[in-house]
Design a protein around this ligand. Structure first.
Ligand code: PLP
Length: 398
């Protein structure tokens, strides 16, 4: 059996194949491999009757066009049969705020993992508080113990696996089971692993969102967010997207579509290089420990091995105690590791971080300066040489 684009049905293909074949309508694209970029607001209707009935494949630019449809089709194929729909948002943070506004109302209570992306926290403490929604934070390692934190009005649980700075690994299936037992919606920020390496929706997550700015885009050239939902949650997400007017520009949609085609090869390389660098760093005398769940010695390793099929190129290191100016000298010495926020592009990055002043459910006291590294697609030998130079500067007298 083949589908309209001549490819076997998505359900019979491996994810790497689906990333290549889904969302392509060769005939509709007049033979070309890729869809054109539709720039459009107005859609013209052939008759007054069609206009009255909004009868058309596409009705208005904000509600989507053939380019957005193609990206949604690939992402649905990637997520698998549990996915009932994928919403597109202009940034990862917009995907989070849209998701929370979709499932919560005044008087509700929300449980959020203490290692969550900080702007997510700012949204909860800021706008959600203003709308009469209470957020409490939980220890990422709480597992099934989260049961004790539910209140009668707890409507949703949001987590990140692992947290994108400190890399504690929550037990997603256990937390999802507790959420469902209390009728709450389970939301996962799946940016770190992507659906390629973490099958959120198969592990009890109702809404899996991603900052597609990171690995889906993959080239540090777009801001983008995606919201994948199961049949239970999709009507809420789809309604919120419509009511809020959330949409993404066609050029960014196209770049996300272009990025996703090579996701499997890029991520496999980020995984290999990231792990090699993590192992090398774990053996360095300047490094106290490496926070990377794919390392056998990591406290989250058993969960990572059970629930994930790969790792991305993002992890952190804790340095042995040195003054911050020494760390800054090290950072200023690096040539291949750029200093800047975000990650998931082809290039390596290094940023210092400190979660100690805003956590509420757990204490962050790593015992030394912390650096988050993104391992890009450069040669690991060159990256090691760059860090060697950095470590020499770290030890030099100030
Ligand atoms: C970057 C990031 C976001 C936000 O994405 P933007 O596209 O920058 O808005 C959300 N969650 C995680 C885990 C991220 O790393």
């Amino acid at each position: 059996m083949t589908t309209s684009n001549g490819h076997p049905p998505a359900s019979q293909q491996h994810a790497a194949t689906r990333l290549v074949t889904a969302g392509r309508d060769t005939q509709g694209q007049r033979g070309f491999v890729n869809p054109p970029v539709f720039h459009g607001s107005t859609v013209l209707y052939p008759t007054a009757e069609d206009l009255h009935a909004h009868r058309a494949e596409f009705t208005y630019g904000r509600h989507g066009n053939p380019t957005t449809r193609a990206l949604q089709d690939v992402l649905m194929a990637l997520e698998g049969p549990q996915c009932a729909g994928v919403g597109l948002a202009p940034s990862g943070l917009a995907a989070i705020s849209t998701t929370l506004l979709a499932v919560l109302k005044a008087g509700d209570h929300l449980l959020v993992c203490d290692n969550v992306y900080r702007p997510t926290r700012n949204f909860c403490n800021g706008m959600l508080t203003r709308f009469g929604i209470e957020t409490s934070y939980f220890d990422p390692l709480i597992g099934a113990g989260i049961e004790a934190l539910f209140k009668p009005n707890t409507r949703a649980v949001l987590l990140e696996a692992p947290g994108s700075q400190s890399f504690e690994m929550p037990d997603v299936p256990a937390i999802a089971a507790a959420a469902h037992a209390r009728g709450a919606i389970m939301i996962d920020d799946n940016t770190w692993a992507t659906p390629l390496y973490h099958r959120s929706l198969e592990q009890g997550v109702d809404i899996s969102m991603q900052a597609a700015t990171k690995y889906i885009g993959g080239h540090s050239d777009i801001m983008f967010g995606t919201i994948s939902a199961n049949a239970n949650a999709w009507p809420k997400i789809s309604e919120a997207i419509r009511l809020l007017g959330v949409c993404a520009g066609p050029d960014d949609v196209y770049l996300a579509l272009r990025g996703v085609r090579t996701l499997s090869v890029r991520l496999a390389q980020h995984h290999r290089s990231g792990l090699e660098m993590a192992r090398w760093l774990a053996g360095r005398p300047e490094v106290d420990r490496v926070l990377h769940p794919a390392l056998e010695t990591d406290p989250g390793h058993a969960i990572w091995k059970r629930d994930f099929t790969g790792a991305s190129g993002l992890f952190s290191i804790v340095l042995k105690p040195v003054p911050q100016p020494a760390v800054d000298t090290m950072l200023n010495t690096l040539r291949l590791f750029g200093m800047g926020f975000s990650w998931g592009g082809f290039e390596s990055l290094a940023v210092p971080f400190d979660c100690s002043d805003y956590r509420t459910a757990t204490k962050w006291a790593p015992g030394g300066p912390t650096l988050r590294l993104h391992i890009g697609l450069e040669s690991v030998d060159d990256l090691k040489a760059d860090l060697d130079r950095g470590f020499a500067a770290l030890k030099a007298p100030l």
